[in-house]
Design a protein around this ligand. Structure first.
Ligand SMILES: Nc1ncnc2c1ncn2[C@@H]1O[C@H](COP(=O)(O)OP(=O)(O)O)[C@@H](O)[C@H]1O
Ligand SMILES: [Mg+2]
Length: 275
């Protein structure tokens, strides 16, 4: 082996080690945060229940409370209810982000479970969207979803499939964001997600109108550690892992179509297996 190759291998190993320890660290943190977050959500649900009780007591004693005080009271109770709902909503969003981190950083083999594909895809599409919005404050994209109705639950490894969706969505979001940095004002970033069934397969497509890929990128797309992103933004592992998940673990097929400057469309088909 040439010295150059050895150095490259060593570098890859170091990267992998770093990633592994980073993964363990973030899984640990995510796990620790999950508990207090569950408390926040549960206590606000309980408070919501208490507010309902309070409303009943007020209603029972309507005649004893002066008219204007009663209106104030009702307004306050309404506001409190809305606040509680917001706490629950955002708390649950945080939980789902943490679940994403746990999924991505956990390496163990998952099992096949009957899964509502549309629900799973939707969850991770929005997880990626919110993560991007959190990183790029004034950036917005339009997400279009088109899910075939009435699909049965099919056997997949939900843990892996969600990771694949997250990878593709993160890439799509990055591609439109990166393009928006230099695109004309009237550029409106879009990501389209479609799920349908066709000839015994589930077909999932994720299409963006982002920066697209050069021929060179297309050639190396699935290689480990191939990335065009700056340090800290990309690992170059996403596509490799995603293809492994779709093709090796699910016996599916993955393909893409991309035009530089115009956009990229990823498509994968997974054979429908029912329980
Ligand atoms: N939707 C996309 N649009 C444009 N380029 C993409 C897209 N998805 C992947 N790529 C290209 O493929 C490379 C490898 O992707 P990936 O394996 O997920 O690694 P990473 O996202 O960490 O760079 C990216 O750096 C990017 O150049
Ligand atoms: Mg990626």
């Amino acid at each position: 082996m040439e010295e150059q190759e050895i150095n490259k291998l060593r570098e890859q190993l170091q990267k992998q080690e770093k990633l592994a320890s980073l993964g363990m660290l973030s899984a640990g943190i995510a796990h620790e945060i999950q508990n207090p977050l569950n408390f926040v959500i549960n206590f606000s649900k309980m408070s919501d229940k208490l507010l309902k009780d309070l409303t009943e007591i007020v209603e029972d004693n309507e005649d004893k409370i002066p008219e204007e005080d009663r209106e104030d009271l009702e307004d306050i109770v309404e506001d409190l209810k809305e606040n509680m709902a917001k706490i629950v909503e955002h708390g649950e969003r945080a939980i789902s982000i943490i679940r994403g981190i746990l999924l991505v950083s956990r390496g163990k083999e998952g099992e096949f479970l009957p899964t509502d594909i549309c629900k799973l895809v939707k969850e991770y599409v929005w997880l990626s969207y919110h993560a991007m919005r959190a990183n790029h404050k004034n950036f917005n994209i339009a997400i279009h979803e088109d899910y075939e109705e009435g699909l049965p639950q099919i056997m997949v490894i939900p843990q892996d499939l969600s990771r694949a969706i997250l990878n593709l969505m993160n890439n799509a979001c990055y591609a439109v964001w990166h393009k928006s940095q230099t695109a004309p004002e009237d550029y409106s970033p879009e990501v389209n997600i479609q799920i349908c069934s066709k000839e015994g397969n589930i077909v999932i497509t994720i299409a963006d109108n982002g920066e697209g890929m050069t021929d060179e990128v297309k050639q190396h797309l699935y290689e480990n550690f191939f990335t065009t992103k700056p340090v800290g933004q990309g690992t170059g592992l996403g596509m490799h892992i995603t293809r492994d998940i779709i093709e090796n673990r699910h016996g599916g097929k993955m393909s893409f179509d991309s035009t530089e400057g115009v956009g990229t469309c990823f498509k994968f088909t997974i054979p429908i297996k029912l329980k």
